[in-house]
Design a protein around this ligand. Structure first.
Ligand code: NAD
Length: 320
């Protein structure tokens, strides 16, 4: 990877993936792009360009002008936001992906495309195998399954080197999450530090797969680096790190923030979405085919998250 383009770079993943790529590949040009401005860090150590992925010519031009050889395609509308405007979600998630794959086909570059545990549905077994029934009932999930298939198609039909993982809910401290159903697992840390209490929009025992951002970034980079010869699946690898319920997460936070309280005010829309997803995924294909191994479990994640977010919020308060 010598000339990399990250779409949707101002979001939760891109804000950390762009600096991680610039650190890992100091001789490469890593261009960050989005339809909106993001954290100033995106403009350090490489270009930031405004790019709307729903505009096919703009995407093709950007890839050609920058001589891009790898795209990390992160631009998307996430689960809860997508349900409020399914047409916009379809446009960004499907047409945007199609435009990126077309640009990759024309220029011969490789592509990383994240799918999600939302690509499963109520008919999927509660521990989701790598290859299983995928009949999601959310527009986000529909676009994720269709996206997985489109990526496979571009590989088989045109030889585009496109790879991807199904991310679980991601926990991070740099950028706020973008309207997903697992956002509670990030919000809870802000409220624990600032207020000592949090009102959760999911029920106490709703179990979902989650992952700490450093593991998510490593998954993307390691999958793109691996020798393609060992890949049987290529796209949409299940990857897992920990299974959380709001109750267990609150219990672990309480070990560091004594007296921390969690209350519940359940949002029926997000609860229904969460209940349509598996309680955990089986990631043995990723482990076998490219050596996937998470580093952070619940205890290490909570300790690191509280320390780093605490520093960040403290620094922000001191400078205001
Ligand atoms: P996010 O919502 O934080 O960021 C998405 C970015 O896309 C935003 O900065 C937004 O401005 C941008 N965007 C929206 N429309 C655009 C357009 N037309 N053109 C260009 N940019 C546009 O999302 P994220 O959490 O960073 O997720 C990135 C990818 O990872 C998505 O495909 C998402 O489905 C997937 N994913 C994320 C999670 C998670 O928990 N964060 C879990 C599973 C999968």
């Amino acid at each position: 990877m010598k000339r990399v383009l990250v779409t949707g770079a101002a979001g939760q993943i891109g804000t950390e993936l762009v600096p991680a790529l610039r650190t890992q590949y100091p001789d490469a040009v890593v261009a960050a792009s989005d339809i909106r401005a993001g954290d100033p860090i995106l403009e350090e150590g490489g270009p930031f360009v405004t790019l709307d992925v729903t505009r096919p010519q703009a995407v093709a031009r950007c890839v050609a002008e920058h001589g891009v050889d790898a795209i990390f395609h992160l631009a998307a509308i996430l689960s809860a936001t997508a349900e409020d405007d399914p047409q916009a979600a379809y446009h960004v998630n499907m047409d945007g992906l199609h435009n990126v794959l077309e640009a990759a086909r024309a220029s011969g570059c490789s592509v990383f495309v994240p799918s999600s545990i939302a690509a499963f549905g109520p008919g999927t077994p509660t521990e989701a195998p790598q290859d299983t029934i995928q009949r999601p009932n959310t527009i986000y999930g529909v676009t994720k399954v269709a996206g997985e298939l489109l990526c496979d198609y571009y590989h088989h039909k045109y030889g585009v080197d496109v790879r991807g993982v199904r991310y679980p809910g991601l926990i991070s401290y740099m950028a706020p999450p973008g309207g997903g159903t697992t956002d509670y697992a990030v919000d809870i840390f802000y409220h624990a530090i600032r207020d000592g209490e949090y009102t959760c929009f999911l029920e106490a025992d709703t179990q979902l797969d989650m992952m700490y951002m450093p593991d998510a970034l490593r998954a993307a980079i390691e999958l793109m680096e691996t020798d393609a010869g060992g890949l049987r699946h290529r796209n949409a690898f299940n990857v897992a790190a920990m299974q959380l319920t709001p109750e267990h997460l609150a219990e672990e936070i309480r070990k560091h923030v004594p007296g921390f309280q969690i209350h519940y005010d359940v949002d029926p829309k997000r609860q229904a979405i969460a209940e349509s997803w598996p309680r955990r995924v089986d990631d043995s294909a990723a482990r076998e085919e490219w050596g996937w191994q998470p580093e952070f479990g619940l205890e290490a994640m909570v300790e690191d998250m509280l320390a780093r977010l605490g520093e960040r919020l403290g620094a922000a308060a001191a400078s205001s």
